[in-house]
Structure formats: C-alpha cells, structure tokens
Design a protein around this ligand. Structure first.
Ligand code: GDP
Ligand code: ZN
Length: 458
C-alpha cells in the first residue's frame, strides 16, 4: 500500500520562475513516461539524468508544457523510491494541468509530508531529521534555518545515538552481573552504573540547557515595543521590518503573514506582539492602567522601551521604567542626532548600561548595538560561536526530561543498593525514551501526527 505512486507540486505556489512536480513510488517512471514526449523513453534513462521534452495528453498531439524531467532511481533518492521530478516553467495554471494529467494516469496526490514520511519509513532519515525538515520550512531567521539544517544533517541524532550506545553497554554489563551475581562483581557494577548514568545524565542536562535558546530561535522572542507618542516606535518597527525582508525569501512555505509578524535582529527572530496595535496606538504608556496593555507586557519575553533622548523624561516614562526594571527590557534612547536633553542618570537608576542602547533611527546609527544587547540577554552574548545543536522541539524536550528522570531513578536506586535487576528497568526506560526521540520505538499515530504538520509537496 505504501509504495503506490504519489505526486505533488513541491515548489511554493505563486509566480516564481520554475515549478517542480515531484513523483515518487514504484511506478513513477513508467507512469510519467505515459505523458512525456522526448527523444528518450524514461524507463531507459539512467539514474540521475535530466531530459528535455513535452507533456502531451495520451492520444493527442497537443503540447501542454515544455519540461525538464529528472529521473532518480531507488535507493538514491530522497524517498529511497523511484523519483521523477518534472520542472515546468509555464506558471501555476499549466503546472496544475500537468499535475492533473499525472493524477489521471493512476498517480495519487500526496498527503502533506508524505514524501518526508516515506523517507523516514524507508530508513533514509530518522525522526529528528524529518522534524527538522518541518523546521526548515518554517524557519523564521537565518539562524533558525542553520539550526534546522544541522538537525537535518543528523547532528542531534548522532548525539542521542552516542548516549544510547553508552546505556546499551551499561545494560550489557549489568545483564552479565544478573547472571553471575558474585559479591565483588556487584560492587564493580554499582560503580559502573553510577559513573555511566551520571555521564549520560550530564550530557542530557547540557542538551536541555540549549532548549531555551532553541525555542527562541524556533518561535521567536515575544517582543513588545512601547513608549510615548513620537519617540520613534514606528520608525523602529520599519527599520527592523526592512532588514527582515531580505532574509525570509526563497524558503518554501513561509507565508506573508508569518513574515510580517516576525522581524530579524542579527539573525535573532523577534515576534512582535500586537504589531498592528503598536502601529495604530502610539500612546501605550498613557494607557498603562488599561488591563490589556498590561497583559501584553506580561506576556512579552522582551520589552523595547523607546525614549526620545532629545526630551526630558516625562512622569509616565518614569513610572514605566520602574515597572519594567524587573523585566527583560532594553531602553532605546532614540534621536541621538539631536542635542541630548534626557537625564541619563535617571535611566541608569533602573537599568544597567548593557540594557541601554543609544541610536538614531533617522540617521540609521547604532542599530547594531540593539542586536548586541538582545544577544547578550538571550544568548549570554555567545550566540556567534555557539554550537548549533539546539534542542528546540517540544517532543524532544519532553523525552529528554523523561530520560533524565529515569536516570535519576536509577542513580537513587543504585545509591540505596536496590537489587540490580530493578535498576536495570530504569536504565532501560531511559534508553527507550532516548530512542523515541530518533523514532526508534514510536507508534503509528505519533508518526502520522508529526508528518501532517508538513505542507503539501514535502
Ligand atoms: P512613534 O509615534 O513613537 O511611532 O514615532 P515615529 O516613529 O512615528 O516618529 C515620530 C517622529 O520622530 C517622526 O517624524 C520621525 O521622523 C522622527 N524620528 C524618528 N526617529 C528619529 C531620530 O532618530 N532622529 C530624529 N531627529 N527624528 C526621528
Ligand atoms: Zn511547502
């Protein structure tokens, strides 16, 4: 059943130069060949070759579309099945016509994520890699993209596999001990359990430590921009949005509204809260008593408080600073191209120097220091050199935590001299939980759930 032949448009719908239809399955080559007119018959084509020709409805001579067809024979393809890719250049209408014609030949329209699911089920990629494909499609910044890419390459899986290997070795030792329970062997086993479990536990803790940063890269830092009217909030928003436009470009599946909700500051995605509200309501400070704006601030991971350095601080701004001092706030002193009238000491009373950024949005000066300030809050300033294996997937985090707990149980039991075959159960549980991350022991329903998150054609 699984090997029936499926097809979908795998490039984003829209204008664009070329659209690619991907076909995968046992009969993909002969079925595409039915509608493909060329000097060569596709079943005779060598693997990984490209062929020029036309799509023609069987029984007619009308050329529907001029195409390039790529043949990739199993197992050297993304799905490890026979794959044919048809590149059309005639815009969306003719691509859809070609797809419809293929579907008439007995090819089935692929479900969302089905190509990737097949790659997983056929052993081409593991589950973390498949999930990373979702992240790639949805990546909201350069950096999130790179993190996802590493995961596609299998970096996280490799680390998980190493940890599991440690546990397998340990279990083997323990098993021997259960079979030959002599006193001095048992003591050695106790030491071994303690050392190995501690080692694996430390490593899992390190992975979990990256989770917060991973989440930020994946979902963005929820950010609110606040300040009195005319301080430059909209200018800031425009400046940030402008930089952003260059970044999210050719990644398939990213939609307009997603792009507009997110801005990038040096590769760190900021998710702007209530952007429309900021655009229209320039007086959030004045509405400080209003519950709604309060809760918007409570929700935020990061608050950008914009002040006009050309003016003295107003009473409501002082109130605001007092309230925000406890939160993750960056104070932006805008308009430094104008003479300074603000009393910096009043700001310093609430915020350390790293949290104060001076810039001019008019002259486009100092915006990079905002980037540094954000990076120092969320990445302890180490973002550039940081290892790119971030754990960012909620499912992975939850399983890592479970494995951590199992290992702790094993360590506790070991310290209490609980019989070793009981401890073995905990170690085994940790091994299985880690296995679930890479898809070693996951059920059908979870697999379906993961793959339906894809968009069509992936
Ligand atoms: P908002 O009301 O807080 O959104 O402020 P705007 O972004 O609309 O800016 C209010 C005014 O200040 C506009 O006329 C901007 O051109 C001006 N402005 C913004 N940034 C600067 C700056 O850095 N220097 C100067 N001199 N003017 C600026
Ligand atoms: Zn897509």
């Amino acid at each position: 059943m699984l090997k029936d032949t499926i097809a979908a448009i795998s490039t984003p719908l829209g204008e664009g130069g070329i659209s690619v239809i991907r076909v995968s399955g046992d009969d993909s080559i002969p079925l595409v060949d039915r509608v493909f007119h060329s000097k060569i018959r596709l079943p005779d084509a060598a693997t990984h070759t490209v062929h020029y020709g036309h799509i023609v409805e069987p029984g007619t001579t009308e050329k529907l579309e001029e195409v390039l067809v790529t043949v990739m024979k199993n197992p050297r393809s993304f799905t490890m099945e026979d794959v044919v890719e048809v590149s059309c250049h005639g815009g969306i209408v003719s691509v859809k016509k070609v797809l419809d014609l293929l579907l008439l030949q007995g090819i089935r329209l692929a479900e969302p994520g089905e190509f990737t699911k097949r790659a997983f089920l056929n052993g081409r990629i593991d589950l973390t890699q498949a999930e990373a494909v979702i992240d790639l499609i949805r990546a909201k910044s350069d950096r999130a993209f790179k993190v996802a890419l590493k995961q596609v390459e299998g970096k996280l899986s490799k680390e998980i596999k190493l940890l599991r290997h440690q546990l397998v070795e340990l279990m083997a030792h323990v098993e021997v001990n259960i079979d030959y329970p002599e006193h001095d062997v048992e003591e050695m086993t106790n030491v071994l359990i303690r050392d190995k479990c501690t080692l694996v536990k430390t490593e899992i803790e390190r992975l979990l430590h990256t989770a917060q940063q991973g989440k930020i890269l994946r979902e963005g830092i929820e950010t609110a921009i606040v300040g009195r009217p005319n301080v430059g909030k909209s200018s800031l928003l425009n400046e940030l949005a402008q930089e952003n436009r260059a970044i999210v470009t050719d990644i398939p599946g990213t939609t307009r509204d997603v792009i507009e909700e997110f801005v990038n500051v040096g590769g760190i995605p900021l998710k702007l809260l209530d952007t429309a509200g900021i655009r229209e309501t320039t007086d959030i400070v004045e509405r400080i008593g209003v519950e709604r704006s309060k809760s918007a601030l409570a929700e935020a991971d990061l608050i950008l408080l914009v002040l006009n350095s050309n003016e003295e601080l107003q009473m409501d701004e002082l109130v605001m600073m007092k309230q925000l001092a406890e939160k993750q706030t960056i104070v932006i002193l805008n308009k430094i191209d104008l003479p300074r009238r603000i009393d910096l000491d009043q700001v310093r009373a609430y915020f350390s120097d790293e949290r104060i950024v001076e810039l001019s949005l008019l002259e486009n000066r100092g915006v990079d220091s905002l980037e540094k300030a954000i990076s120092s809050i969320f990445f302890e300033g180490k973002l550039e050199s940081a290892d790119l294996t971030y754990v960012s997937n909620v499912r992975h985090i939850s399983l890592l935590k479970q494995a951590l707990k199992s290992l702790q149980d094993a360590l506790d039991a070991n310290a209490d001299y609980v019989p070793i075959d009981m401890i073995q159960i905990d170690i085994r549980a940790a091994w299985e939980q880690l296995g679930e991350i890479i898809g070693d022991s996951v059920g059908e329903s979870l697999i379906d759930q993961i793959f339906t998150q894809f968009c069509l054609g992936k």
